[in-house]
Design a protein around this ligand. Structure first.
Ligand code: TYD
Length: 223
């Protein structure tokens, strides 16, 4: 049976603000009375949180890019089976902080793994499931880096990806933009330099129009 819920993902390089937008959209949809599952990759399940520690903790992290891609795929396979598919089958709205495009952009663009390998591991993990709508929060790599430096994560040291060289992030950003060009119906590019509430209004209007019955086109629901 084809899942009847709506699957939405947020993507972008580290520091683009997608975690805030994911939370605001999920909250606004809940306030509008919709059933929402807010989740994230890596780490949307118990197994996934262990994999997340492996992937992002310096020292424990894999050095071979193929291993890295396979561990993100393992996280995703569990996440799809345990969280995303069941939610979509119930008819819920799934709002996910990163999904398949992160593997394409980081492991494909950033680590330069061949796209046939990347698409194979993605396909094994998802069985072909992709979001219906993806918001790409686009920001130049140096601006994103400055944001992370100015507002360091309070709860922990910068993770492994946040310490990559600037050229790595330029490749990741370019790969995200290539994906948006290749999938214009699914991927909406939003300028992440805008104020967060302006981004939220654009996100809200795009999502509200897709729901049935549709929700009002307004940002009166903004936090
Ligand atoms: P994220 O959860 O966005 O980080 P944080 O919670 O610290 O904001 O993502 C963690 C890192 O994992 C991020 O640098 C991107 C990377 N990543 C990949 O390289 N490939 C993937 O498939 C996914 C899902 C994430």
């Amino acid at each position: 049976m084809a899942p009847s819920g709506l699957f939405i993902s947020f993507e972008g390089i580290d520091g683009c603000g997608k975690t805030t937008q994911t939370a605001w959209l999920a909250d606004a949809l809940e306030r509008a009375g919709r059933q929402v599952v807010k989740t994230q990759e890596p780490g949307g399940t118990l197994i996934g949180r262990r994999l997340r520690d492996l992937l992002l903790t310096d020292g424990a992290a894999p050095r071979a890019p193929q291993t890295e891609a396979l561990l993100f795929a393992a996280d995703r396979a569990q996440h799809v089976a345990e969280v995303i598919r069941p939610a979509l089958e119930r008819g819920d709205i799934v709002v996910c902080d990163r999904f398949t495009d992160s593997t394409r952009a980081y492991q494909g663009g950033g680590r330069r793994l061949p796209s046939d390998f990347v698409e194979t591991v993605i396909g094994v993990a998802t069985g072909g499931l992709e979001p219906r709508l993806t918001f790409l929060l686009d920001l130049p790599a140096d601006v994103a880096r400055a944001r992370l430096t100015q507002h360091p994560r309070r709860e922990r040291a910068a993770d492994r990806f946040e310490t990559e060289e600037p050229a790595f992030y330029e490749r990741v950003r370019a790969a995200f933009l290539d994906l948006a060009r290749a999938h214009p119906a699914r991927v909406r590019v939003l300028d992440a330099a805008q104020p967060p509430d302006a981004i939220h209004a654009l996100v809200w209007n795009a999502v509200a129009a897709r729901l049935s019955p549709p929700l009002p086109q307004a940002s009166s629901l903004a936090p």
